[in-house]
Each structure stands twice: as structure tokens, then as C-alpha cells.
Design a protein around this ligand. Structure first.
Ligand code: 3K0
Ligand code: CA
Ligand code: CA
Ligand code: ZN
Length: 420
């Protein structure tokens, strides 16, 4: 399944350059031509509550990670000044590091990171899996992106060509363009449940008793743009106009609560209307279509992101634990399973709004509209180095790390007692 590894020494591309860190040769790379010289990495102190973190995000800066101690953001000097005027202590962490050299092939990831899959390579992997495991898989698409790329979905089940009456499970990846490790996570899930079927009884049992759907690229235009020219662009949104943040564009409590921006230049631009992004519209329409005879077939879902090593559950739009559509018992179920999954991968479990308020996110929509047990996983790393661009050497370790959590989610969909 895996691409042949490039033998060139891998460069830990694009790690954030912490202040005072010893310079490695990679850091000497010239800034990319389009880099906004006014944009820098800052550490923002005084973020000891979700409310304070929401205040940071509300200034429109690009929040890379945030906890009770500080938030790491990309901001202009004007935004840094705004944060200071709001009472935060703000320290510059300098620029970010870019890869030394472009990829050998313009269409590939930067040199040293070729182990990651481009959109074309991801599609080829899905086609290969479908060929290798006919009967166990069915490859189709849920629609097309703004630029016309197929939003591939691979179904994995016994008798995959037939819509059987089995609980369905959904895994989605790469809503955010630069979060490339998530695409690898979805490909790993595909590989594990297909290649493992013949030899692993537990995998066979899961595959036989469910219908597993995997969408490795929800935002393929964005992820292709992010690696265009063989270097990284730190791009988050889709490629419609100035870009819409897909995870602020879903149709439940869209734009309600200060957890997104109405400004097209913002990294959390919610779009002009809910589901204005073709990608979220396509995925949501497809999920709506899994409601058959009035019963939603999909029972559980993980949307993979990077980074911070978190397991998040709804709601994101409110700080309250319970709200319309979320009873105390339902909240407890989310928290119990969330904590249990986090116990297997050593992520931190919390309600989404414990990080900061998000409105128009995928989890809130999936749960409120369909009662799908919908989580967000924020994958490796925990902190801002290496941020969104870990070297491809970590792919195996950091995707395998979620195997047991994935199995717990599948188990929850089947209705098996959690923890088995
Ligand atoms: O539900 C959530 O809290 C999503 C968190 C997610 C987001 O959309 O803001 N974090 S990320 O953008 O750094 N992957
Ligand atoms: Ca089946
Ligand atoms: Ca079915
Ligand atoms: Zn994300």
C-alpha cells in the first residue's frame, strides 16, 4: 500500500522555528516568494480558559494550537497588537521554516516528504484497494470539489456491492488542506480493513458486521494547492474565491456564536451561506442520503484533523454540556467513549468548545441532524513543532496509534459494549 520511500535524507519540513532553537540547515532556506513578510508565528499567553481562547480566535488569527498555558498563532503585527490590547502577552516566535528544496517531481510533496500521498496517489491507492479486494470494497464519489476533483469514498464491507442492513461507520479526512497526515490516516484505515481481512479475525468481524465508508480527501483542491510547486503553502481552506473554511461551513448553528468569521480573508471564513462550499454540500448531501426509510444508517464518525492530540466531541458552538439535541445521557455517552478512545492513543479528551468555540463544524451538524456519534481527532503532534508538516517517517507510527480508537468507534456503531 505504501509508497516507496525516497532514500534522500528526509528534512523535517516546515517545522515552526522556536525562538532560540539551534538553526538547522533547513532553516536557512529562503522564504517562499508568496510568504507574507508581515505574518509571523506568535505565542500568546493568558489563554487559561475556553472563553479566552475563543477571544484569541475571534481576532481572526490562524490558531495552530491552544491550551491553558498559551496559544500558537500565525498573525500579522497588527493582529499581534490587537491581541496585546486585549490584555494578552504576545511573544514573537519568528518565521516558519520551509523545506530546503522543492520536490523532484513538481506534482509531489516536497523533497523528503514523498511518503505522503498526493490526491492522484491517494486515488490510485483507492483504485488499487478496490481491484485487490473486489467484493469487499466499492469505490465511488460523494460529489466533486470546487475545482472538479472527485470526492472519493471507499466502502468496505462483506458484499460491498449490496446495501446490507448493517450499521454504517464513516471516516473523513483532510477537511483542512495542510493537515496531510489525516489523509494518511484514512488510507491506513483502508489498508488495515482490506489487507487485514483475510488474516485477522477481529478485523473480519468488524468488516462483516458493518459498512465502513472512508473519504480520504474532503478538501482535495486545498491539499493540492498546499503542495503546489513542490513546497508547502500553509493553506487551510478550500479554493473557492479566497477560500472557505470547510469546518465552519456546515449547516447547524452556522455562524451563530462567534466561532467563525464573516470575512473572506479570515482563516475561519464560514462562507456566504451554510454549505456554500461544494465539498461540505456534497458530503452532507451524501450523509442525508444514508437516511433510509427514515433511519440514518451511519451510527458513528470520526473527522480527522491535525494537530494537538485531542479527541473532541460536540457541541462546539456552546460552552454548555447539554443543549437542544444533546441530553445529559447523550453527552455522557460522547464523553465516556471519547475518554475511552483517548485512553488508547494518549490524546486529551474534551468537548470541542473546551478548545475554543467553533460554529458550523461537522460534528455539531452530524450529531444534531443525524444523531451520528461524531468526533474530531486532532492527530500528532501535540505541540507546534513539527506542526502541520511532520516528516513522513512518522506516518506509520501516528496512524497505527489510532487503531484501537478506530476499533472502539466501530464497536460503538455495532452496539457492542464499549471497551470490548
Ligand atoms: O470541533 C473542533 O473544535 C474543530 C477543531 C479544529 C477547527 O476546525 O478549528 N481545529 S484545527 O482547525 O486546528 N484542525
Ligand atoms: Ca456487508
Ligand atoms: Ca446499509
Ligand atoms: Zn483541522
Amino acid at each position: 500500500m505504501r509508497k516507496r520511500r525516497c532514500l534522500l535524507a528526509a528534512v523535517s519540513a516546515f517545522a515552526l522555528l522556536a525562538a532560540g532553537a539551534a538553526a538547522s540547515p533547513a532553516i536557512a532556506a529562503a522564504p517562499a516568494p508568496e510568504a507574507q513578510s508581515v505574518q509571523e508565528v506568535y505565542e500568546v499567553f493568558g489563554t487559561g480558559s475556553p472563553q479566552l481562547r475563543t477571544k484569541v480566535a475571534g481576532t481572526g488569527v490562524d490558531v495552530l494550537t491552544a491550551d491553558d498555558k498559551s496559544a500558537t498563532v500565525i498573525a500579522t503585527s497588527a493582529e499581534a497588537a490587537t491581541l496585546r490590547s486585549l490584555g494578552f502577552t504576545v511573544e514573537s516566535r519568528g518565521s516558519f521554516q520551509r523545506p530546503v528544496g522543492p520536490s523532484a517531481a513538481a506534482a509531489d510533496f516536497p523533497a523528503g516528504d514523498e511518503g505522503y500521498h498526493t490526491y492522484a496517489e491517494t486515488t490510485a491507492e483507492l483504485q488499487q484497494a478496490a481491484r485487490d479486494h473486489a467484493g469487499l470494497t466499492a469505490l465511488s464519489s460523494v460529489g466533486t470539489s470546487y475545482e472538479g476533483r472527485a470526492l472519493n469514498v471507499l466502502k468496505i464491507s462483506d458484499n460491498a456491492g449490496t446495501d446490507e442492513n448493517e450499521p454504517e461507520v464513516l471516516f473523513t479526512c483532510n477537511q483542512h488542506a495542510r493537515e496531510h497526515l489525516t489523509t494518511e490516516m484514512c488510507l491506513h484505515i483502508v489498508q488495515r480493513f482490506t489487507d487485514g481481512y483475510a488474516t485477522n479475525a477481529s478485523i473480519k468481524n468488524m468488516v462483516d458486521s458493518t459498512e465502513i465508508y472512508v473519504v480520504p480527501n474532503v478538501n482535495p483542491d486545498g491539499s493540492e494547492y498546499d503542495i503546489s510547486g513542490g513546497r508547502y503553502h500553509m493553506w487551510r481552506k478550500n479554493r473557492q474565491g479566497q477560500g472557505t473554511d470547510p469546518n465552519r461551513n456546515w449547516g447547524y448553528q452556522w455562524g451563530c456564536c462567534g466561532g467563525s468569521s464573516g470575512s473572506p480573508t479570515s482563516e475561519t471564513y464560514r462562507g456566504p451561506s451554510a454549505f456554500s462550499a461544494p465539498e461540505t454540500r456534497a458530503v452532507s448531501n451524501w450523509v442525508n442520503g444514508r437516511k433510509i426509510g427514515g433511519v440514518q444508517q451511519i451510527k458513528a464518525h470520526i473527522d480527522f484533523h491535525t494537530y494537538s492530540e485531542l479527541v473532541l466531541w460536540p457541541y462546539g458552538y456552546t460552552y454548555n454540556d447539554t443543549a437542544p439535541g444533546m441530553t445529559a445521557a447523550e453527552q455522557k455517552r460522547f464523553a465516556d467513549l471519547g475518554r475511552q478512545m483517548a485512553g488508547t492513543n494518549n490524546y486529551t479528551p474534551q468537548q470541542s468548545s473546551d478548545l475554543y468555540i467553533t460554529d458550523g463544524s461537522v460534528n455539531d451538524w452530524m450529531w444534531f441532524n443525524h444523531k451520528i456519534l461524531s468526533y474530531t481527532f486532532e492527530m500528532y503532534p501535540r505541540g507546534s513543532n513539527p506542526g502541520f508538516y511532520p516528516p513522513d517517517e512518522v506516518i506509520g507510527r501516528e496512524t497505527t496509534r489510532n487503531d484501537r480508537a478506530v476499533d472502539l468507534l466501530v464497536g460503538a456503531a455495532i452496539g457492542a459494549p464499549v471497551g470490548v
